[in-house]
Design a protein around this ligand. Structure first.
Ligand code: ZN
Length: 505
C-alpha cells in the first residue's frame, strides 16, 4: 500500500513538474545574447569619470540617460507608444522636476556673530522658510513630563543635558520635541552639551532633493515644529547674563529674555531629471506589462572626486540594457513576449527613490495592468557573509504580495541559474529594512508584486572606490540571467500572477 501511494505521488509530482518545470529553449537562446563582454563594455563606459557620478538632475545623469537611449535605439526598440504622448520626451524619456535644497540655510545671528549649521548648531529638517526675530524664550527644563502650560506660539528652550550623547539621544529628543509641538510651541531651541559628538556622527549633506510634484495630494497637516540644536557654550552666549547653569537651578518653566535673529537663506533650485523607458510590446497579452527597473543615477562628484557607482547601480543599469536587447531580439525574430515588457532605468534613487516614486504616481502604463516589477540594485559584488560561498543572490520581497512571483523566480533559478537564493533580508524583522530602500518599493506600495535583487553591501558602498575593477562579472552575468528568466516566465506564462497576500502599509 505504502509503495503504491508513493508511486502515485511520484507520478503526480513528475507530471506537475513536467508541465511547468521545463527548460524553454527560446528563453535559453535569447539569454545567450546577454554576455559578460557586453556587460563589461557598458559598465566600463557608464562607471567611468566621463559620467561624473551620474548625479540626479546634473550633467552626468543626462549623459547616462543619453547613453541608455542610444543603446535602446541601436537595439531597434521603437519610441514608447505612451497613451499620453506628452508624458514622454524624445521618445524615451519620462521627465520629472525635482527641487534641490541646500543644507545649512538656517543660522542664528546675535551681535554680528553668526552661529552656523554643522558648527554651533544642527537641525534635521528646514521647516522655517523665512527669518524670524526672537525676543524671549520659554525655558522648560529637560521635559521629562509633558508641559502643563500652553506653549502656543512660544519659542521654547529645552535642555537636553540628561539625554546622553550621540545618535542614541536623538530618539528621546524627538519624542520630547513632539510633546512641545503638541503643546503648541512654534520653535524649539535645544541646548545640547554634547552637540559636537552628534555633529561628528551625522552625515551633513550639502544638499537634499525632493520631487517638485510628488503627484500625491498634500494632506493639510500642520508642518512639524522647527527644532534647532545648539551647543551649550553658544547657548550661554545667546542667553547673555542668564546662563544654562543658572536656569537649571530652578525647576519651573519660565520666560527668559533672549534676543537673536534667525536667518534663512534662499537655498532651493529646480532641476529636471529623467527615467528612461524601453518598451517592448507584447503579443496576445500586450496590455499587461512586466516592468524591469534599476537606478542609473549615483551620487555625483564630491570634493573633486567622482563617485563612479560601478556596483551601485551601474550593474543593474547594464543588466537593463542587456535584457532590453534580448527581449527585442526575440521580438524581431517572431518570439517576442506575450505580455509587454517595460525596461526602465530610473534616476533620483539616491535622493530618496524619486524617479520610481514619480513613475508610480504618474505611470505611463496603468499600474492596474502592471503584472510585476523586477528591480535590480547592486548585483556585481560579494558581501562579507558570502566571501567564499557558492554563487548567490539576495532575493527581497518576492513573496510579500504574490506567491506567483516567488514561484516564478524560484522556477527560473532552478531551471537556469542555480544560484543560492538568500532570503535573509526578506525577513520582515530585518533591521536594514532593504525592502523599503530601493525602487521596487514604489511599485509594492501600490500593490504591484515586486522583487528586489541585491548582492549586499561592501566596503566601497557609497565610496569613491566603487569601481568597475572590483566587479565580479561572472556573478553579475548569472544574476542578470536570473532576472531575465524570471521576466521571461512572467511575460509568457498563460496565467498572469495574482496578488494573493495581504498588502501591508
Ligand atoms: Zn543603489
Amino acid at each position: 500500500m505504502r509503495l503504491r501511494y508513493l508511486f502515485i505521488a511520484v507520478t503526480w509530482l513528475c507530471a506537475s513538474l513536467g508541465l511547468r518545470a521545463q527548460v524553454d529553449s527560446l528563453a535559453l537562446n535569447y539569454a545567450g545574447t546577454i554576455t559578460i563582454d557586453e556587460l563589461r563594455e557598458h559598465l566600463t563606459k557608464l562607471a567611468s569619470d566621463e559620467f561624473l557620478g551620474r548625479d540626479t538632475g546634473k550633467e552626468g545623469q543626462k549623459l547616462a540617460a543619453a547613453y541608455l537611449k542610444e543603446q535602446f535605439v541601436k537595439a531597434g526598440i521603437p519610441a514608447v507608444p505612451a497613451p499620453d504622448p506628452a508624458s514622454i520626451r524624445e521618445g524615451y524619456y519620462q521627465p520629472f522636476d525635482v527641487v534641490e535644497v541646500r543644507s545649512g540655510t538656517i543660522s542664528i545671528v546675535k551681535n554680528a556673530r553668526t552661529y552656523a549649521y554643522g558648527k554651533e548648531l544642527l537641525y534635521f529638517q528646514e521647516v522655517l522658510k523665512a527669518g524670524l526675530g526672537v525676543k524671549e524664550l520659554t525655558y522648560v527644563g529637560d521635559l521629562t513630563k509633558a508641559p502643563k502650560v500652553s506653549l502656543r506660539d512660544k519659542v521654547v528652550l529645552m535642555d537636553a543635558r540628561n539625554l546622553g550623547s550621540g545618535q542614541a539621544a536623538l530618539g528621546t529628543l524627538r519624542t520630547r520635541v513632539e510633546l512641545l509641538r503638541a503643546a503648541g510651541a512654534s520653535l524649539v531651541i535645544v541646548n545640547m552639551p554634547a552637540l559636537a559628538d552628534l555633529i561628528a556622527t551625522t552625515h551633513l549633506s550639502d544638499t537634499h532633493m525632493r520631487l517638485a510634484d510628488s503627484g500625491v495630494k498634500e494632506t493639510r497637516k500642520e508642518p512639524p515644529t522647527q527644532m534647532i540644536l545648539v551647543d551649550e557654550s553658544s547657548m550661554d552666549q545667546l542667553l547673555g547674563t542668564t546662563t544654562m547653569a543658572k536656569l537649571r537651578r530652578k525647576k519651573k518653566a519660565r520666560t527668559v529674555a533672549c534676543a537673536f535673529e534667525l536667518e534663512v537663506k534662499q537655498g532651493e533650485q529646480r532641476l529636471t531629471a529623467e527615467n528612461v523607458l524601453a518598451y517592448i510590446e507584447g503579443t496576445d497579452k500586450k496590455d499587461e506589462i512586466v516592468v524591469l527597473t534599476a537606478h542609473y543615477d549615483h551620487i555625483g562628484v564630491q570634493d573633486g572626486v567622482v563617485y563612479n557607482g560601478a556596483d551601485d547601480d551601474g550593474t543593474g543599469t547594464v543588466a537593463m540594457i542587456e535584457m532590453a536587447e534580448a527581449f527585442m531580439l526575440a521580438k524581431r525574430a517572431g518570439h517576442g513576449p506575450r505580455r509587454s515588457v517595460l525596461v526602465m532605468p530610473v534616476s533620483g534613487e539616491e535622493k530618496g527613490l524619486l524617479g520610481s516614486r514619480y513613475y508610480s504616481e504618474h505611470p505611463v502604463f496603468p499600474l492596474a495592468n502592471t503584472v510585476a516589477d523586477l528591480n535590480i540594485d547592486m548585483i556585481g559584488r560579494r558581501d562579507s557573509a558570502h566571501a567564499t560561498s557558492p554563487p548567490y543572490i539576495y532575493v527581497i520581497g518576492s513573496d510579500r504580495l504574490s506567491t506567483g512571483l516567488h514561484q516564478a523566480n524560484e522556477l527560473a533559478n532552478s531551471l537556469y541559474t542555480k544560484l543560492d537564493l538568500d532570503y535573509t533580508y526578506n525577513a520582515e524583522s530585518d533591521p536594514n529594512r532593504f525592502y523599503y530602500r530601493s525602487d521596487h518599493y514604489n511599485f509594492a506600495r501600490k500593490g504591484v508584486p515586486s522583487v528586489f535583487y541585491f548582492s549586499g553591501v561592501h566596503e566601497d558602498y557609497h565610496q569613491p572606490g566603487d569601481d568597475v575593477e572590483k566587479i565580479d562579472f561572472d556573478l553579475l552575468h548569472q544574476r542578470t540571467l536570473l532576472a531575465f528568466h524570471t521576466a521571461w516566465i512572467l511575460a509568457n506564462q498563460e496565467e498572469r500572477i495574482v496578488v494573493d497576500k495581504l498588502i501591508k502599509p
